[in-house]
Design a protein around this ligand. Structure first.
Ligand code: NAD
Length: 494
């Protein structure tokens, strides 16, 4: 699948001017007029430029969100009206799907087909899923036991002004996962995309205006985390921040929010185990496991980065995975043959390569990959490390690259303890034909999302989030909307 020539021309037009931020319904250059480049990680070329916000711009955005929340221009629309506008936005995302997918490829390095068939429909479906919830948010009545005549009920109300902070690895989808439930709940928002991949969010901003969301309800301020993000977290006018990013940054948000006790949802890093029993269907497990670690060049929070295989099938599984990895076509995502794109930046590639070197120094063996491609772009070959012991850094830390750490296990009785020996707890997968083994294993793994005989399948209906240091709270599903509401109890003396 290749981008159409029409989409290429339309994106050239979009990128021809510096993209502005969206403050109170106006396109603004920002108070300081600072401009950041957008770099294509496959070519190292600057493909566009956008205005980066500063503290003053965030304040304007917060005031706009505050005013729009308090005059109720959005939250007082009927649930059906809100739903219709979110549906319209989903339709617009689909209509503009070729252009949005191309932006994800040019700005973030994703293979075009993966963006066009995966990320774009998922972003549109996020708005449809939560459009459906607009008409279903409700409280309940309670009979109370205090003597007298009382009528008691609860209300779910929007949590208020919300700061949404997204990472670079799935910019459009992450924005949609946060915006859709926040808007369905009736909140007003300030969205800060990663300064590394801001373009698709700025394109989405145009669709948000076109869909008819009132001015000031969605404000979009790209820029550095240390200024734009931190101002959001520190502001007393922001009632909640929903953050997706690294565990390290998540911890700094917790510290910053201590002063004002604002609510936080934190979707953080992972080190997901992949557990393969001897009766697994290897013909399905090999591509499934490879897709789970090499998809998006391993820059996925739920990447299945630690492999535990039963001794009986270890050799067959490993040789199948090595063969699969060596047949992955690494290249520019606009080429239809490409199955794995580049890493996001030179700094990130150096970090991933550093992990591989350190892992080898700590006793791991290189089974395949581990090299940078000798060409422009931040490419790295799919990498498999074997003989990885629990103390090795490649077993313990999130690499966020195409590196699979294979851990030897003597007996599957020890696999649960080995898989749970991590600070993270985001996701994992189990591969077996035995239904009892599968369900017993998933019950014992401490993680927020487990897959059986598949890995990395997302859906808006499924709550998503982590145990341990993988985060606080959930996105997706009915639970996802509750994190954008407050619950009020009302007692009436009759
Ligand atoms: P990051 O933590 O560096 O940045 C994430 C966002 O936070 C960016 O927008 C950044 O500008 C902002 N930020 C940075 N410092 C900040 C501060 N002090 N205050 C407020 N905001 C600040 O993460 P990244 O490198 O962009 O993304 C990769 C990480 O994201 C990985 O660890 C990955 O596992 C994680 N991630 C988690 C999920 C999930 O759902 N659990 C999904 C995708 C990515």
């Amino acid at each position: 699948m290749t981008p159409t020539s029409t989409a290429l021309k339309q994106i050239q037009t979009f990128l021809a001017t510096e993209k502005k931020m969206l403050l109170n319904g106006q396109w603004c250059a920002g108070q300081k007029g600072e401009i950041l480049p957008a770099i294509n990680p496959a070519t190292e070329d600057i493909i566009g430029r956008f205005y980066a916000g500063g503290t003053g711009d965030v304040q304007v955005a917060i005031d706009a969100a505050h005013n729009s929340f308090h005059d109720k221009r959005w939250r007082n629309k009927t649930p059906a009206e809100k739903a219709r506008i979110l549906w319209r936005l989903a339709d617009l995302i689909e209509e503009h799907g070729d252009r949005l997918a191309l932006l994800e490829t040019l700005d973030g390095g994703k293979p075009y087909q993966a963006a066009r068939q995966g990320e774009i429909p998922m972003a549109a479906e996020s708005f449809r899923y939560y459009a459906g919830w607009c008409t279903k948010i409700s409280g309940r009545t309670s009979d109370i036991s205090i003597p007298g005549d009382f009528h008691c009920y609860s209300r779910r109300e929007p949590v208020g002004v919300v700061g949404l902070i997204t990472p670079w690895n799935g910019p459009l989808v992450m924005a949609a996962w946060k915006l859709a439930p926040a808007l369905a709940a009736g909140c007003s928002v300030i969205l800060k995309p990663s300064e590394v991949t801001s373009l698709s969010t700025l394109y989405l901003a145009e669709l948000i205006v076109e869909a008819g969301i009132p001015d000031g309800v969605v404000n979009i301020v790209p820029g550095p985390g240390a200024t734009v993000g931190a101002t959001l977290v520190n502001s007393p006018l922001v009632h909640k921040v929903s953050f997706t990013g690294s565990t390290q940054t998540g911890k700094s948000l917790v510290q910053a929010a201590m002063g004002n006790l604002k609510k936080l949802t934190l979707e953080l890093g992972g080190k997901s185990p992949v557990i393969v029993y001897k009766d697994a269907d290897l013909a399905k497990a090999i591509p499934g496991i490879a897709g789970g670690i090499f998809g998006n060049a391993g820059q996925v929070c739920v990447a299945g980065s630690r492999l535990f295989a039963a001794p009986e099938i270890y050799d067959d599984l490993l040789s199948g995975l090595i063969d699969y990895a060596q047949n992955i076509t690494v290249g520019d995502g606009v080429n239809p043959e490409t199955t794995m794109g580049p890493l996001i930046s030179e700094a990130h590639r150096a970090r991933v390569a550093g992990y591989v070197a350190k892992g080898l120094a700590q006793g791991a063996t290189l089974a395949t990959g581990g090299t940078a491609l000798d060409r422009k772009g931040y490419f790295m070959t799919p990498t498999i490390l074997t003989d990885v012991t629990p103390g090795n850094c490649v077993a313990a830390e999130e690499i966020f690259g195409p590196v699979l750490s294979v851990m030897k296990i003597d007996h599957m009785d020890h696999v649960i303890a080995a898989a749970n020996a991590t600070d993270f707890g985001l996701a994992g997968s189990v591969w077996t034909r035995d239904i009892s083994t599968a369900h017993k294993t998933v019950a014992d793994i401490r993680a927020g999302l487990m897959w059986i005989n598949c890995h990395g399948i997302p859906d808006m209906a499924i709550p998503f989030g982590g145990y341990n240091q993988s985060g606080w709270g959930r996105e997706g599903g009915p639970e996802g909307i509750e994190y954008y509401t407050e619950l009020k109890s009302v007692v009436t003396a009759l």
